[in-house]
Design a binder for this molecule. Structure first.
Ligand code: HEM
Ligand code: HEM
Length: 190
């Protein structure tokens, strides 16, 4: 497997980061949505801390992934893709990047403006606060954290549906080129 993206496939680094971030966001969503129903007791603070530390890890991974994307480029649209579809796919991808950057950032701002106890990344080091305690910023960041998340859910449903549509109906390589190549598969086979 090549690490860099080629003209017709995503390389190992892009694939790894894509699926790792998908998995972490899935875990963050499940834990995040359960936070509300937890008793507000110090006994459960570790669940919050786990969500926050994992979310900050996603933020760091997104920065790396975006840097890699700018450096390594992207494969050309799959042959036969109408230009309007390629434009929509491109816009969707940039919007997905914007959301997976803004969601953890809004969570971090929410934590900062809440004036809570220091945030330690997996208990290892203290994460700087983005602002001092401020109820206005706190409420805005909290709202943003929630609504940006639901915007992501809506966009990911479209994004995944498009991938499956290409795979099942168009029978092209859109999905498989974001997956590791099967052993013995020739470049043109599926
Ligand atoms: C990609 C990363 C992240 C995702 C997908 C995510 C997702 C979520 C979701 C779905 C919720 C429930 C929203 C609600 O119903 O109110 C939530 C809540 C929360 N998130 Fe995140 N989060 C992420 C990163 C972060 C980060 C980095 C922090 C802080 C450093 C954070 C702090 C919080 C807090 C404190 C809550 C609880 C809000 C409450 O009090 O109800 N999140 N998150
Ligand atoms: C949290 C969920 C997801 C996010 C944030 C996300 C984000 C992205 C982004 C930003 C790209 C563009 C890659 C780049 O330009 O570097 C991309 C590509 C892709 N994603 Fe996702 N994705 C998610 C979930 C999924 C799921 C569930 C599937 C399929 C079942 C999927 C399939 C694909 C495929 C096939 C591509 C490559 C498209 C192409 O080559 O034109 N993604 N994704």
């Amino acid at each position: 497997m090549t690490l860099k993206n080629t003209a017709d496939r995503w390389g190992g680094v892009s694939q790894f980061l894509h699926w790792l971030i998908v998995l972490l966001i899935l875990i963050l969503a499940v834990v995040g949505l359960s936070l509300d129903s937890l008793p507000k007791s110090p006994k459960y603070f570790w669940v919050y801390d786990l969500h926050k530390s994992t979310g900050l890890t996603v933020l760091a991974l997104v920065v790396v992934r975006f840097g890699w994307r700018l450096y390594a480029g992207a494969p050309a649209p799959v042959a036969g893709t109408p230009s309007w579809q390629a434009r929509i796919a491109g816009a969707t991808h940039w919007l997905l990047y914007a959301l997976i950057f803004a969601i953890p950032l809004s969570g971090w701002l929410y934590d900062s403006a809440s004036g809570l106890r220091p945030l330690k990344w997996f208990g290892l080091f203290t994460v700087p606060k983005l602002s001092g305690p401020n109820a206005g910023i706190r409420d805005l960041a909290h709202e943003a954290h929630e609504w940006l998340f639901w915007a992501l859910v809506a966009l990911v449903v479209l994004h995944a549906a498009a991938a499956f549509y290409h795979h099942v109906f168009q029978r092209d390589d859109t999905l498989t080129r974001m997956l590791p190549r099967r052993r013995n598969a020739t470049p043109t086979s599926r």
